[in-house]
Design a binder for this molecule. Structure first.
Ligand code: SAM
Ligand code: SF4
Length: 473
C-alpha cells in the first residue's frame, strides 16, 4: 500500500544525490596533506565545508587523521563549550506498514509484540521520565495510518500536560515518518522541537534493496524531500540522519553533508541536528556486517562531521557502548540520551530487562541517567537540559544569528548550570550531587564578574532553596 501517492513534494524539489559523483570523491585516493590542512583551517574559522572538502577529510591517512581529530576536539570546545545536552527516547507505538530489512518493527516480523501506548500509559511513561529528571524527549513512532499528524500532536500535547513535582517535559522532538504539508502543520501546532527524519542511506541502489518498492518507505524521493516539506509547513527545526552500515559509511557521511548543504541553500536553514546510528542487532533481522564501520572509521566520520557543519548538533545515542560514547563526546558530540528504554512502555510498565521481542534493536549503553550524569560531571562536562532557544523562538535562521562568538558564555553555559542545578536538587543521588555541585562551583569561578553572573548565582540559590524552576536567559 502506498499512502502518499497523491501527496505533493516541496516546491522545486530535486533529488540532489548524485551517486556516481559521491563515489568518484570516495575513490579519489589519499588526500594531499597541504589541502587537508587548508580545509582544517577553514573549519576552524567556523565555515561550513563543501562535499569535496568533507571527502578530502575522510580520505586523509592515519597521520593526518590525528590532526583532524585534534581540530574537531578544539572546534567542539569553541562552538559548544563543555556542555552535553541530555534527552530520552520515548517509543509511542511500533505498528508499522513498512518492511525495512534492518528493523524489528518491520511488518513481516510477526514475532514482534505490537502495541501503542494508551493516553493513560503515556502519562505513566512521562511520569517515570520526569521522576528520573528528564526534561527533553524524542518521541518515536512506527509508520502507520494510526500515527498521523493528529495522533502525534495529541500524544505530544498529552506529554507536555504531565507535571509531577518539579518535573515537566519542556521540549519534545519527533522521529516519525515523512508526512505531507497538512500533517506537518498539525504537528507543528502542538509545539514540537526538532522533526527528525533519517534518510537511512543516501545510496539509491542500497536504499532500494533495504526498502521494498511496494511500501511507503520505498520512495527515496518522498523521504529525501520530507524535511523540505516540513520546512514549507513551518517546521524550521530539522534533524537529518543516516543508518550507518547499510552501505559504504563514507558515502552516507557525504550524503549527510550534501543534505545539510541542500537545506541551507534552499531554505536558508541548515539541519539543527545530525544523527548517525550504527546498525544494532535486532529481532528477526540478519544483516550483512561487511559494511559496518569499525570504531576508528566511526570516529573519523564524527570528526569530519564536526568540522564540516560547525553549528549543527551531533547526536550519539545509547545504541553505542558506554566506552565509545565516552571517547566520541570529545570529538564533537553535543547531545546524548541516557537511562534510555526503547521498548513500548519500558519506563513504567515493563520490567528492568531488555527483551528484543518488544524492541526495535538492542541498546549498547544501559547505564542509568544518574550514572551518566555523574560520569559527565567527573570528566568536566556540564550536563544540560536547556530548552531556552526553542522557547524564546531562537530556532531556524534566528538560531543561526545567535550562533555567534560570546553566545555560549552569555546564554548556554548559564542555562546549562541552571538546569543542571535543578537536576542535582531534585533528582540526583547524593554521590552525583556532590560531584555536580563541585562542577557548578568550578564553572562559576571561570566566569567573569558581571550583572549576569550575579543574577545566575541568585537563581542557582533560588533553585536550591525554593520551588522556583525553569529560569532561563
Ligand atoms: N518509523 C519511522 C521511520 O522509519 O522514519 C520512525 C523512526 S524509526 C522507529 C527510528 C530509526 O531507527 C530509523 O530511522 C532507523 O534509522 C533506526 N533503526 C532501525 N533499525 C535499526 C537497527 N537495527 N539498529 C539501529 N538503528 C535502527
Ligand atoms: Fe517501520 Fe521505521 Fe522500522 Fe522502517 S525503520 S520498519 S519504517 S519503524
Amino acid at each position: 500500500m502506498k499512502l502518499f501517492e497523491n501527496a505533493k513534494l516541496s516546491k522545486g524539489a530535486v533529488d540532489f544525490i548524485n551517486d556516481d559523483y559521491i563515489e568518484s570523491l570516495i575513490n579519489a585516493g589519499p588526500s594531499d596533506a597541504t589541502k587537508v590542512r587548508e580545509i582544517i583551517a577553514k573549519s576552524m574559522e567556523k565555515k561550513p565545508l563543501t562535499v569535496e572538502e568533507a571527502s578530502a577529510l575522510l580520505n586523509a591517512d592515519e597521520k593526518l587523521s590525528e590532526e583532524i581529530f585534534s581540530a574537531a576536539r578544539e572546534l567542539k570546545k569553541r562552538v559548544y563549550g563543555n556542555r552535553i545536552v541530555l534527552f530520552a527516547p520515548l517509543y509511542v507505538g511500533n505498528y508499522c506498514i513498512n518492511n525495512c530489512k534492518y528493523c524489528a518493527f518491520k511488518k513481516s516480523n510477526t514475532e514482534q509484540i505490537r502495541r501503542t501506548l494508551t493516553d493513560e500509559e503515556l502519562r505513566q511513561e512521562i511520569t517515570a521520565l520526569e521522576n528520573m529528571g528528564h526534561k527533553r524527549l524524542i518521541m518515536v513512532y512506527g509508520e502507520h495510518p494510526k500515527y498521523d499528524g493528529k495522533y502525534i500532536a495529541h500524544t505530544v500535547e498529552t506529554a507536555y500536560g504531565v507535571k509531577v513535582g518539579h518535573g515537566s517535559i519542556r521540549r519534545i522532538n519527533i522521529n516519525a515518518a515523512p508526512m505531507d504539508h497538512e500533517n506537518y502543520r498539525i504537528i507543528k501546532a502542538a509545539g514540537i522541537g526538532t522533526y527528525q527524519i533519517f534518510q537511512e542511506t543516501y545510496n539509491h541502489k542500497i536504499y532500494a534493496a533495504m526498502h521494498p518498492a511496494d511500501t511507503t518507505k520505498g520512495s527515496f524521493t518522498w523521504r529525501l524531500d520530507g524535511l523540505s516539506r516540513a520546512f514549507e509547513a513551518g517546521i524550521d527545526d530539522m534533524g537529518i540522519g543516516a543508518l550507518i552500515g547499510l552501505g559504504d559509511w563514507k558515502f552516507d557521511a557525504l550524503g549527510l553533508v550534501s543534505h545539510a548543504i541542500y537545506l541551507q541553500k534552499h531554505h536558508g536553514v541548515g539541519p539543527h541536528t545530525i544523527s548517525f546510528p550504527r546498525i544494532q542487532p535486532a529481532a528477526g533481522v540478519k544483516m550483512d556486517e561487511s559494511k559496518f564501520p569499525n570504531n576508528y572509521e566511526f570516529k573519523k566520520m564524527v570528526a569530519m562531521l564536526r568540522l564540516a557543519v560547525p553549528y549543527t548538533g551531533l547526536i550519539l545515542t545509547a545504541r553505542e557502548s558506554a566506552d565509545i560514547r565516552r571517547d566520541l563526546i570529545e570529538f564533537g558530540i553535543s547531545q546524548i540520551d541516557a537511562g534510555s528504554r526503547i521498548d513500548i512502555g519500558g519506563y513504567s510498565l515493563l520490567g528492568k530487562t531488555q527483551e528484543l521481542k518488544r524492541e526495535q534493536f538492542q541498546l549498547g549503553d544501559v547505564r542509568s541517567l544518574d550514572n551518566v550524569v555523574r560520569e559527565l560531571a567527573q570528566s568536566g562536562n556540564i550536563p544540560s537540559w536547556c530548552t531556552a532557544c526553542y522557547r524564546l523562538g531562537r530556532t531556524g535562521e534566528h538560531f543561526m544569528e545567535f550562533a555567534i562568538p560570546g553566545f555560549i558564555k552569555r546564554y548556554c553555559t548559564p542555562n546549562a548550570l541552571s538546569t543542571f542545578t535543578e537536576y542535582l536538587t531534585d533528582y540526583a543521588s547524593p554521590e552525583t550531587k556532590q560531584v555536580g555541585l563541585k562542577l557548578v562551583q568550578d564553572e562559576l569561578k571561570k566566569m567573569e564578574e558581571s550583572p549576569m553572573k550575579k543574577e545566575l548565582i541568585n537563581r542557582l540559590e533560588r533553585i536550591q532553596t525554593t520551588d522556583d524552576r525553569d529560569l532561563y536567559f
